[in-house]
Design a protein around this ligand. Structure first.
Ligand code: FAD
Ligand code: MLT
Ligand code: ZN
Length: 476
């Protein structure tokens, strides 16, 4: 294929091409190190036109393309297959913020901009881009939109899909669709934009996006509460909406098992409460109304204190701290955000990124924990997550000392019982991480024939040669 690689070089130049094995390596494996693929080349175009020319070449030569952003995905969607007949198309050189519209509360960006850079640019203009997740320092907006990422503020601001006004797409034929419309209302036929959000690079390549901005909150309160049970956690959340005057922006549930892993693996992590408890709830309230200073000082922190005090009297809260400074808030958040990293350092685990209705979380949790232990009594459940929007990471850590090879034969059984239970509760087997490669069989099993047929019809119509991230999401 040296002729093909030369043609790629003609399009993107030496700066945009990686062909040597050591430099390619980090693009060929996923964050969880579940897959190690192979690729003809890693191609890093600098413009939409270069992306289009690369795709045209691939379409002509029938070479498949694996789009990639920050490569932090949890489902293996951005990793090439082992056969080595694909290219990885990395968008990371397309990393410019093109426009900030202060009046219209929108921002236009290239796909490879790192999420944190977008948040910081919005803040510099006194605006908020509310998508927020632990990988925000390395994931890109193109990856966020392609996975329809969720994160820790979905209950208030919605997921990635709700934060996009327009897209620019390079189609599998190498054509450029300029859908960069900054319109809140646009009922002109089928919504093409929505097709590409959450498509995980199987229908086309996102090269630019118009994002929605929000007013930047001026007051915050962060609490860390020990709660007696998940029932108490959802009751606490339910009352918090009114108590905060609709300012609950995050609500994260954690079990003691996850906290123990964070304390074990993350230097500097400390338990904020004196005693050990089984369940914790991290709540963030944010408001665009600034705190009152001076004699009548007050704001969200005082409201939160009053609310948690009442909740304690009712037995919904066992103990709690409210951050008094930004640094304290960050350390509470670090206990939550380091769950994935700690699980990774502890050894192999299964991620069950599921959702059920918030009101069903307590019952699901009870049944799920019993079911998981029944499937493998030595396993270690690590349930945590975005309880405020019904999304739990109902994860399962391998027994101590087990390596991947020893754990692998148990995965199908454990996940099978959990996903059956989720479906019984009317939930989803993938709330925010997507299907990628890891859940292709599960999607085929749990989705109805009509949904699968419709998805295949779309895929075949938009990508008739099946060159856009083949084997991911759905088999055609
Ligand atoms: P990649 O991993 O590079 O790609 C993901 C998928 O999108 C692949 O299928 C890829 O082919 C496709 N893709 C990438 N860019 C493009 C593009 N421009 N056009 C078309 N397709 C493209 N996710 C959540 O939703 N919520 C969380 O709370 C969360 N927490 C995380 C915490 C940690 C510590 C880590 C490591 C990951 C977490 N994730 C979370 C998963 C991950 O960060 C998200 O899925 C993120 O949106 C992926 O972005 P990325 O740029 O890394 O995409
Ligand atoms: C998170 O919310 O931290 C991740 O999405 C969860 C995970 O790694 O399972
Ligand atoms: Zn998550």
């Amino acid at each position: 294929m040296s002729g093909f690689v030369d043609k790629l070089r003609d399009i993107v130049g030496d700066k945009g091409l990686i062909t040597d094995e050591p430099t390619k390596h980090s693009y060929l494996t996923d964050w969880r190190e579940n897959y190690l693929g192979s690729a003809l080349a890693v191609v890093r175009p600098a413009t939409t036109e270069e992306v289009a020319a690369v795709v045209k070449l691939c379409a002509a030569e029938k070479v498949a393309i694996v789009p990639q952003g920050g490569n932090t995905g949890m489902s293996g969607g951005g990793t090439p297959h082992e056969a080595g007949r694909e290219i990885v198309l990395s968008l990371t050189r397309m990393n410019r913020i093109l426009d900030v519209d202060l009046i219209g509360y929108s921002m236009t960006v290239e796909a490879g901009v790192v999420l944190k850079t977008i948040q910081e640019a919005a803040a510099a203009h006194d605006r908020l881009f509310p998508l927020s997740l632990a990988a925000e320092g390395s994931c890109t907006i193109g990856g966020n939109l392609s996975t329809n990422a969720g994160g820790v503020q979905v209950l208030h601001y919605g997921n990635a899909r709700n934060l996009v006004l327009g897209l620019e797409i390079v189609t599998p034929a190498g054509e450029i669709w300029n859908g960069l419309r900054a319109l809140k209302k646009d009922n002109t036929g089928y919504d093409l934009r929505d097709l590409y959000l959450g498509a995980e690079g199987t229908l086309g390549i996102i090269t630019k996006a118009v994002l929605t901005l929000w007013p930047r909150p001026k007051d915050h309160a962060t609490s860390w509460s020990a709660v007696p049970s998940p029932d108490a956690a959802v009751a606490l959340l339910s009352g918090a909406y009114a108590a905060s005057e609709d300012n609950v922006t995050s609500c994260e549930l954690m079990a003691r098992q996850g906290i123990d892993l964070v304390l074990k693996h993350i230097p500097g992590a400390a338990d904020p409460l004196a005693d050990r408890h089984d369940w914790y709830l991290l709540m963030e309230w944010s408001s665009t109304r600034a705190r009152r200073e001076g004699a009548n000082a007050g704001g969200l922190r005082e409201k939160m204190e009053a609310y948690l005090g009442e909740a304690m009297e009712k037995g919904l809260v066992l103990d709690a701290v409210i951050a008094q400074t930004e640094a304290q808030s960050h350390s509470l958040w670090a206990l939550r955000e380091n769950h994935s990293e700690s699980q990774k350092r502890e050894g192999p685990s299964i991620k069950h990124d599921i959702s059920v209705a918030v009101s069903k979380i307590p019952a699901f949790m009870k049944e799920g924990l019993v079911a998981m232990k029944k499937a493998l009594p030595e396993c270690r459940p690590v349930p945590f997550g975005h309880v405020g929007d019904g999304n739990l990471h109902f994860n399962c850590q391998a027994p101590p000392g087990w390596d991947k090879a020893r754990f692998a034969p148990h995965i199908e059984k454990i996940s099978g019982v959990i996903y059956d239970l989720v479906v019984g509760y009317g939930g989803s087997i993938s709330a925010e991480h997507g299907i990628g490669r890891i859940k292709v069989d599960e999607l085929a099993h749990y989705r109805s024939k009509i949904e699968l047929d419709t998805m295949r019809t779309l895929k075949r119509a938009l990508d008739p040669q099946n060159i856009m991230n083949p084997g991911k999401v759905i088999q055609v």
